[in-house]
Design a protein around this ligand. Structure first.
Ligand code: PEP
Ligand code: MN
Length: 344
């Protein structure tokens, strides 16, 4: 941490600052410039980080040297993290190996028949995991809210039948226990990215967590949320860029493609792109998915339905399984071509 003293700060103020630093077990390195004095703090920054140092007389600014998300930062694990999902009743899937993985399925689990057909279709198209909401976070309380536990049973059965580990959204702390009985991976939705109780609860779980970026959250806030999960002991976190709120209304959300290489550089965690919720329209999903692959994503999570016009939730943005098959063929090619241009 570097402390910049105010112009004109006196010797007494400087002495007080040095005392605070030493009191917390760190060393202070004072450099006197012509206009300003700078104090470098050497030692365990975590000890003085929580202090309101900018309120101390004579201090103008405090500049942290380390990132506030220590365990999620790339420095914590420069080689990158491979997150392992499933492996019980389904094959084990590894996210973050350099390949691009496809997680696909309906927005919401609607019934066993559709789920079975969709699971068969996405498997055939090359997906390695099945998604499907059972507890849906809907804007309207009158919209279809999902089948709840019944939906999880249906998703589990389809995942087991087709050898696809399953991921589903957990909306609150109480549901963690229910979801834990069925899913291979917890999904924390965009609207819950800063639900710290929920982050801590899944942080105590042994199952991997798919953490989606909040609608209006910064990259740093996303990484701080990942830090919550990791700091509770669960290191199996996958980040997901799913579009953010901007002034643009032509798309549902604006896919922040730059978040992908940035997250890969700043963090060791695998990064997925959700082109479906960003696009809001099915025809726009493949180009956004390919943009994500070009930007270095470790995979996509994409909505697929066998009968989009009959879907109870997000039918407009659902791909048919055949469209996913066409997309899957090009995703890895694009990722490979672009990999040489990415810096990790
Ligand atoms: C979803 O994936 O079903 C979903 C609701 O996504 P998000 O939380 O990103 O809106
Ligand atoms: Mn959806």
């Amino acid at each position: 941490m570097i402390i910049v003293m105010k112009r004109g700060a006196g010797e007494q103020e400087l002495r007080h600052v040095v005392e605070i630093i030493k009191k917390h077990g760190l060393k202070a390195h004072v450099s006197r410039g012509v206009e300003r004095t700078i104090v470098g703090c050497i030692g365990d920054e975590a000890k003085i980080e929580p202090l309101p140092l900018e309120a101390v007389a004579g201090i103008e600014r405090v500049l942290p040297v380390l990132r506030p998300y220590r365990m999620a930062s790339r420095e914590a694990r420069p080689e990158g993290t491979v997150v392992k999902v499933g492996g019980g009743s389904t094959p084990l899937v590894e996210l973050g190996t350099g390949a691009i993985s496809i997680i696909a399925g309906p927005c919401a689990v609607e019934n066993a028949e559709y789920t079975d057909v969709i699971a068969a279709g996405v498997k055939e198209a090359g997906a390695v995991m099945l998604r499907g909401g059972a507890f849906k976070p809907r804007t309207s309380p009158y919209a279809f809210q999902g089948l709840g536990e019944e939906g999880l049973k249906i998703l589990r059965a389809a995942g087991d039948k087709y050898g696809l580990p399953i991921v589903s959204e957990v909306r609150n702390v109480r549901q963690v226990e229910i979801l834990d009985r069925y899913v291979d991976m917890f999904q924390i939705g965009a609207r819950n990215m800063q639900n710290y109780d929920l982050l801590m609860e899944v942080g105590h779980s042994k199952k991997p967590v798919l953490l989606k970026r909040g609608l209006a959250s910064t990259i740093e806030e996303l990484l701080m949320s990942a830090e919550y999960v990791i700091s509770m002991g669960n290191h199996q976190v996958v980040l997901c860029e799913r579009g953010i709120r901007t002034f643009e209304k032509a798309t549902r959300f604006t896919l922040d493609v730059s978040a992908v290489p940035l997250l890969k550089k700043l963090s060791h965690l695998p990064v997925l792109v959700d082109p479906s919720h960003a696009a809001g329209q099915a025809w726009l999903v493949p180009p956004l998915a390919l943009a994500g692959a070009a930007a270095g994503a470790d995979g996509i999570i994409v909505e697929v339905h066998c009968s989009p016009e009959a879907a109870l939730c997000d039918g407009e943005q659902a791909l048919l399984p055949a469209a996913l098959r066409r997309l899957a063929a090009d995703l890895q090619t694009v990722k490979n071509v672009c990999a040489a241009h990415l810096q990790e």
